[in-house]
Write a protein that binds this ligand. Structure first.
Ligand SMILES: *Cc1c(COP(=O)(O)O)cnc(C)c1O
Length: 375
């Protein structure tokens, strides 16, 4: 039998699902200028200290690529469980936490459901929502930060998943343990709360937001972590999530079967066991960030406003004569790539990753010269 032919023009190519067509593909941070020059990359929140030596050694010692990796990342889950006081059975590893965020939305939301997050949240949440046909809903921000009451006011009977990055990317804002607990207790039990802790290693231990404890003790909380930021393993693509067994079971059904490569698993185990590297990354970041923020606050009369950040980047608002666009170009000319996010409704801001002290002193100096010149 011949296929039925349409009345109008014949359909000559596969038709993308409309909810997939509505996705704007993820835009990664740049590392080159428009003319192809290589720039110092302060646009993707990578670790300026690189990677733990022990992790590099373990990665180099991994067996050849002719064998599949452990599909369950068993050793890595055990190492993570020991470090964080979590049963390894309540952990799943992913190809970056990006994979896990995406499958979490797909497992618990679909057409007709809502996926909620704050305005100026991480751009992957909208993609994750659209990908499974759910409706992305943005709660209003509070001076660029997350406000628990505003977020809770946006919960409807159709809400299935709430994403909160803590610290948040791109704003750097942070919900305290008490605020996060209040958010959780304000949600109905059938709504999944995903606490995205991509930058948690940069937060001082005494300011821990309690996310892992919530995930350990409730049936509707997933915490997501990554090796891409403080661990300095962005290129290996490794993340993990923890939560109740039913939630982990859902992610296991949807994740790729051999989703973490062999060398990456070995590197990550060694990285977990080298907490000294993580601590020095955090301490260096805290010190350099404070110095950089102070240098920018001194430019307040030029309309530059760094937002408070608990992460390894600072979102800088340009509210005076110097625009974010002009600052972006000026920094490019000086050899630095930073992140401009007009597509996320932030044409007036640049997100600048905290690099080395020398780099940040130079960035601050370039911004001062540009601001003075723009008067
Ligand atoms: C970087 C980042 C991630 C993790 O990305 P992966 O490299 O896929 O692990 C997740 N959430 C936020 C908010 C991030 O900034």
């Amino acid at each position: 039998m011949r296929p039925a032919v349409n009345e109008g023009a014949p359909i000559t190519r596969p038709a993308m699902k409309p909810w997939i067509e509505a996705i704007h593909a993820y835009v990664p941070g740049k590392s080159k200028a428009a003319d192809g020059r290589k720039l110092v990359k302060l646009s993707a929140n990578e670790n300026p200290l690189g990677t733990s030596e022990a992790a590099l050694k373990a990665r180099a010692a991994a067996p050849g690529p002719d064998r599949y990796p452990d599909p369950d990342s068993t050793e890595l889950r055990e190492a993570l469980g020991a470090l964080h006081g979590v049963d390894p059975g309540r952990i799943v590893c992913g190809t970056g936490s990006g994979e896990l965020l995406t499958v979490a939305a797909s497992a618990f939301a679909g057409p007709g459901d809502e996926v909620l997050y704050v305005r100026y949240g991480f751009s992957l949440y909208e993609i994750a929502a659209r990908r499974c046909g759910a409706t992305p809903v943005e709660a209003p921000d509070a001076d660029y930060g997350t406000d628990v009451d505003t977020l809770l006011a946006c919960v409807t009977e159709r809400t299935r998943v709430v994403f909160v990055a803590n610290p948040n990317n791109p704003t750097g804002s942070y919900l305290s343990r008490a605020e996060l607990a209040r958010l959780h207790s304000g949600l109905p039990g059938h709504v999944l709360l995903v606490i995205d802790q991509a930058y948690a290693e940069y937060v001082a231990p005494e300011n821990d937001d309690g996310g892992v404890a919530l995930a350990n003790t409730h049936d509707n909380v997933l915490v997501m972590r990554t090796f891409s930021k403080a661990y300095g393993l962005a290129g290996e693509r490794i993340g993990w999530a923890t939560g109740a067994p039913a939630l982990i079971g859902a992610l296991n059904r949807l994740r790729g079967p051999f989703n973490v490569n062999l060398a990456g698993q070995q590197a990550a185990v060694a990285a977990v066991e080298d907490q000294a590297f993580v601590v020095s990354s955090r301490e260096s970041n805290t010190q350099v960030r404070a110095r950089f923020v102070a240098a920018l606050e001194a430019l307040g009369n030029f309309g530059l406003r760094p937002l408070p950040s608990e992460a390894n980047f600072v979102l800088v608002l340009f509210e005076g004569a110097l625009t974010a666009e002009a600052a972006l170009l000026g920094l490019n000319d000086a050899g630095y790539a930073v992140r401009h996010l007009p597509g996320q409704g932030l044409p007036q801001a640049l997100r600048i990753t905290i690099g080395t002290e020398g780099q940040m002193d130079e960035v601050a100096q370039v911004l001062r010269t540009l601001a003075e010149g723009a008067q």
